[in-house]
Design a protein. Sequence first.
Length: 508
Amino acid sequence: MAEAQTPPAGPDLAFGIAPRDFTGETLLGHVGDHDVLLVRSGTEIFAIDAHCSHYHGPLAEGLIVGESIRCPWHHACFDLRTGEAARAPAFTQLAAWQVEHEGDRVFVRQKREQPKPHGKGPVDAPGKIVIIGGGAAGFAAAEMLRRQDFRGSISMLSSDTAPPVDRPNLSKDYLAGSAPEDWLPLRPDGFYAEVGIDLRLRTEVTSIDTKARNVVVAGGGNIPYDRLLLATGAEPVRLPIPGADQPHVHTLRSLTDCRAIIDLAAGARRAIVIGASFIGLEAAAALRARDIEVHVVAPEQRPMERVLGPGMGDFVRALHDEHGVIFHLGDNVTAIDGKRATLKSGGALEAELVVVGVGVRPRLVLAEQAGVALDRGVVVNAQLETSIPGIYAAGDIARWPDPHSGENIRVEHWVVAERQGQAAARNMLGQCEAFDAVPFFWSQHYDVPINYVGHADKWDEITIDGDIAARDCLLKYKSNGRVLAVASIYRDLASLHAELAMEQKTMS
């Protein structure tokens, strides 16, 4: 029996709508089998694909800002006129549709013929750009360089064994078994050759000759550059305990790591997750989805309290309790002997799989050897340029002047890394753009998403609107009465408004 098809949403825009049918900012309709969103911005009406190209978020529930629309799920931003994915985490352009006015009716019948999206183009174009790193920042920079119509050479040097992937999915749906591996690549393998990005996998950079402007790779060979982007990212902290190097003990950072964990999970009855970090608890949720008994061992008394505060920490703990996760808080694993993990408290756990999620540290060796200024990360200016002209840094290693907190900050968020890569690309082309995006990340625990905008290392007050336990809340983290960050559960539009208010410095 054939599976029933979901009927298209809203009115058929090909037959037109009357002004009385479109009185708000948006109207969700369809053209044939395509869901299309009508958007009113000022005196103009635009029509674009109705779903975000990142994770298919419903743009009808998003936020209109000028001639752009922001996705409610992960804050991607699209140009209403062209459909261009203006800000990460989306990279794929949406279709823009032709809006026709006939009499007093509005019709949408066909897609616009759009040129390849590009921005200002090179102002002071270098000939050769080298990117060290194959993660979020490195990929976003390379993709943006080509989108900006840069015609020079791009060499992307990655120590990974796979092309850039959607790393957040590694601890979420892919690890849980609910997302196929073909969802993971940020672009198909053929993309890099097609657009002229020389992606070199399994490539170790040993040093940077800043005087000769050469990057030296293992095995010999120099790669010259006119502009260089350091996007070396972070590496998982490994436990300095006996037995941490056994084949059933894994960190979770790369696709290779995730595949190894999935292989072990197939035959595992019990798993130990060391660390109650975002990665650790997302991994715990994913392994529970595979019906594996999961024990979480961590030194803190309340998970995620340092980042989200006590109320959200208690909620996250209770949520995992509901799904059968067994916590051993205020404790540590001191040794792993075969399948037996010894706890500091004196107990022991047996498990066929151990996942270590105790944080990451920035990869700074190359930057330090090159002589760029460091301060718990690579120091960059507002344009993401380091202390050495022509060398930029983005992603987990970069410490930049954040205009929202007024501090020099370094954060390890996927979307921040992507947006910094995009900004660095434009600045390597001479556009002199200050990086001023508000930090954003999301975390997923079972069916509960947590969004977080801003950055608060510390606070003296948390105000709560709504009910955390009811999974409907918005929390403001304040210092001296000033809002530094906002966390939310199922308050997607409010999260977007908070991001915009921080950008416009109107947050209260």
